[in-house]
Design a protein around this ligand. Structure first.
Ligand code: PLP
Length: 481
């Protein structure tokens, strides 16, 4: 017999219970069988949109119908980041404790803008970020705050760096009419640094890209020279963004030497370890964060390589008071009696309302333990090493950059053809592999040439998936010779 509708218009809780159980079953089947889906969907732009009604429903629709449409209309149009053949960009994956935590966070709906609006969420965030700090081997006393993405973490860090410029008072006076600020990052720094400059009024001209060495690491000598040249030309140098694990090659900038330059020059040092930082949960890979104890701020993304689904980025700083000075604006309605004794995380970033993201990190850290997380990271680095050894052993391919972590940059060789044609064929090799639906790789440009990347980072990736990608790559390259 049909149940009477919920008086609030929400889904009846008995239906919720029943459909929720079915959904959990579905998710378990999906995760177990993710490799059965094509990793890249076979859709053309506009196709999914065209399959959906153009106007919203006027009345309620049964939950069962809605969920069926997810499977029928949405799923075929998704790129499956959970697919073990996902080797593009930086792979990431969802894990069971994090999925349950996301559901709980939505149910609890705690908004952690102030301690008072979510005391336990605030204090769990403090604790979980201190646990993570310990797992990474970072020094005590760091302040941590969760942001949505690394782009936001870097924006917030650079806003603090701007606030720290003596006499500038950018927060109060704005930047118009003032001397121009300059920050520095390597030629391989992520585009989020450019974007932070755009948002903060530093402008794209205010970001100077510093040349790299043969291993794609920022040159401290070139940084020093650039700072001196800019000062002489009237710029105000204020910050350096070092990268520990660049997007193209995962190169690691020499943070200790860059920290020396920053200390001498009075520059804020922000380290973008969005991808690389997670590796430090494995003690033998702690070199990735060498020198980061001297950074003013550091970002890493558990949503890249710590098995937490998007979004969750962690910003650490030795100078939380500067972040607060940059961001704290407390209208009367947000004043609380506890503000002197407990953190209000709204003071350390742009957004006021904050999702309960700490829950998923806490649940993942507890369900895996440090050893569980470290063993996955070790395995990914091993798999990248195995792939690299296959590429190195095959004269029809070449490795084109060092692989300090879990990414291999390589290309197929096509003897006797000009560089542009070789680039074009490599692009063709990648497109052909991606079209199989069994693997998904992405490309980059290095030294003006097209390069393919195989990034291991999905928790479900096994050696057989890497082997399959390699077989597909060899077939695709052979058919273009
Ligand atoms: N920094 C690095 C080195 C990255 O590789 C990326 C993205 O891949 C980012 C920052 C931006 O990360 P998010 O998507 O969290 O903003």
């Amino acid at each position: 017999m049909p149940r009477p509708p919920d008086p609030l218009g929400d889904i009846d809780l008995e239906v919720f219970r029943e459909e929720g159980r079915r959904l959990v079953d579905w998710v378990a089947r999906y995760l177990a069988g993710a490799e059965g889906y094509p990793v890249l969907p076979r859709v053309r732009p506009g196709e999914v949109k065209a399959s959906l009604p153009a106007s919203p429903p006027r009345g309620p629709e049964p939950l069962r119908d809605i969920l069926e449409d997810v499977e029928r209309l949405i799923l075929p149009g998704l790129t499956h980041w959970n697919h073990p053949g996902f080797f593009a960009y930086f792979a990431n994956s969802s894990t069971a404790p994090a999925i349950l935590a996301e559901m709980l966070a939505a149910a609890l709906n705690a908004n952690g803008m102030l301690w008072k609006t979510a005391p336990a969420a605030t204090e769990l965030e403090v604790v979980v970020l201190d646990w993570l700090r310990q797992m990474l081997g970072l020094p005590a006393g760091l302040f941590g705050v969760i942001q949505d993405t690394a782009s936001t973490s870097t924006l917030v860090a650079l806003a603090a760096a701007r606030e720290a410029v003596p006499g500038l008072e950018a927060r109060r006076r704005g930047l118009s009419g003032q001397a121009r600020l300059r920050m520095y990052a390597s030629e391989h720094a992520h585009s989020s640094v450019d974007k932070a400059g755009i948002v903060l009024g530093i402008g794209q001209e205010g970001l100077r890209h510093i040349p790299v060495d043969a291993q794609y690491r920022m040159s401290p000598a070139a940084l020093k020279a650039a700072v001196a040249e800019d000062r002489a030309a009237g710029w105000i140098p204020f910050a350096v963004v070092a990268t520990a694990g660049t997007t193209s090659t995962t190169s690691i900038d020499p943070v200790p030497a860059l920290a020396d330059v920053c200390a001498r020059e009075g520059l804020w040092l922000h380290v973008d370890a969005a991808y690389g930082g997670s590796a430090a949960v494995e003690p033998s890979l702690r070199f990735v964060l060498d020198g980061c104890d001297r950074a003013d701020s550091l970002v890493l993304n558990p949503h890249k390589w710590l098995f937490v689904p998007v979004d969750l980025s962690v910003l650490y700083t030795r100078k939380p008071e500067v972040l607060r000075a940059a961001f704290s604006v407390v209208p009367d309605y947000l004043r609380t009696a506890e503000e002197a004794v407990a953190p209000n995380f709204m003071d350390y970033g742009v957004s006021l309302g904050r999702r309960f993201r700490a829950l998923k990190l806490w649940m993942v850290m507890r369900a895996f333990g440090q050893e569980g997380l470290a063993s996955r990271i070790r395995e990914h680095v091993r798999l990248a090493g195995v792939f690299r050894s296959w590429v190195e052993a095959d004269p029809a391919f070449e490795v084109v950059a060092p692989s300090p972590l879990s990414v291999v940059c390589f290309r197929a060789r096509f003897a006797g053809v000009p560089a542009e044609e070789e680039d074009r064929r490599n692009q063709g090799v990648m497109d052909a592999v991606n079209a199989t639906g069994e693997a998904y790789l992405s490309h980059t440009r290095l030294d003006g040439r097209t390069v393919l990347r195989l990034a291991v980072g999905n928790i479900r990736t096994e050696e057989r998936h890497v082997r399959r990608a390699w077989d597909l790559l060899r077939e695709a390259a052979a058919s273009r010779r």
